[in-house]
Design a protein around this ligand. Structure first.
Ligand SMILES: [Zn+2]
Ligand SMILES: [Zn+2]
Length: 285
């Protein structure tokens, strides 16, 4: 089986309406793209900050700008009108764990993907509110980023750890710490090992400035040694990116001896052997 669990039906346009994107026609485009790439197991994981209920958790100005949709309508749409697994991409907000846990536990998600996009108020992967403009050293940013990843895992709120080394997002446009980066990855490993969280392998980084898979092979290797299973996703925000560059991800997984992927249903995880299903029209998928 192949999965793509980290999908956004919405584009990043803050003004686009929910009705345009949460539609059966749009889902059909994602399904078709997935079938063409042999991916049978699909789930949608809209950003929590697109929903107005998220403002009960955190009121970052970026969230206030984006929080327009109704979370329960989204859940009803996915459950009632699609055959997609119901997921969500939720930020780990230190200090707001209880409020986020309440929001998540009140809905019957198949899985919750946990992300770290912000270090306190500063964004890792955006020009707006950028953490890189705050006068901190690259070492401090990387250290705090991977410590926060470990805390996110340990929080127990999430089934999957999204794009685990997102801090490298900018590639050559931001400084990189010198030497072996495993001293930073190590900061996250205890939380990963203790929590049993799945680690996402995401092809999204190939479409960003860094032009690499998330995570780096060394991070993935360490996660596997810590006992983490793998969730495979593209983080597509449009149909044509569903399953994008999976050949690259599968090569990495094969090279590290990974033979199984996580499948989620109502927050219960099982492992399925890796393998593409027959392409569209050639059989059930
Ligand atoms: Zn993300
Ligand atoms: Zn995402």
């Amino acid at each position: 089986m192949l999965t793509d669990y980290h999908l956004h039906l919405r584009t990043d346009d803050p003004d686009a309406s929910a009705a345009e994107h949460f539609s059966r026609a749009n889902v059909e485009l994602y399904r078709t793209a997935a079938s063409e790439r042999g991916i049978s197991e699909l789930g949608v994981s809209e950003h929590v900050y697109r929903f107005k209920q998220a403002l009960e958790v955190w009121r970052h100005p970026f969230w206030e700008r984006y929080a327009h949709d109704d979370l329960d309508s989204y859940c009803e749409f996915v459950r009632g009108q699609t055959d997609l697994r119901l997921g969500i991409e939720a930020d780990f907000v230190p200090g707001a764990e209880d409020r986020m846990a309440n929001l998540l536990q009140a809905r019957d998600f198949d899985y919750v993907i946990g992300s770290v996009h912000f270090l306190r108020e500063g964004a890792v992967d955006m020009d707006d509110y950028s953490v890189w403009d705050a006068g901190r050293s690259v070492e401090e940013i990387w250290r705090r980023y991977f410590q926060t990843i470990g805390e996110a895992a340990r929080s127990g709120m999430f089934d999957v750890l999204a794009h685990p080394d997102l801090v490298k997002y900018w590639g050559p446009e931001r400084p990189l710490p010198e030497g072996d980066l495993r001293r930073y990855y190590e900061l996250a490993m205890e939380g990963i090992a203790e929590s049993g969280i799945a680690v996402e392998v995401s092809t999204a980084g190939l479409r960003k400035r860094v032009k690499e898979l998330y995570p780096a092979p060394a991070f993935l290797q360490m996660s596997l040694e810590a006992g983490a299973p793998v969730a495979l996703s593209s983080d597509a925000h449009r149909p044509q990116d569903v399953g994008a560059d999976y050949d690259r991800a599968l090569e990495l997984l094969d090279g590290l001896g990974v033979r199984e992927l996580c499948v989620f249903e109502r927050r219960v995880r099982r492992l399925e052997p890796i393998g593409a299903s027959a392409a569209a029209g050639a059989g059930p998928g």
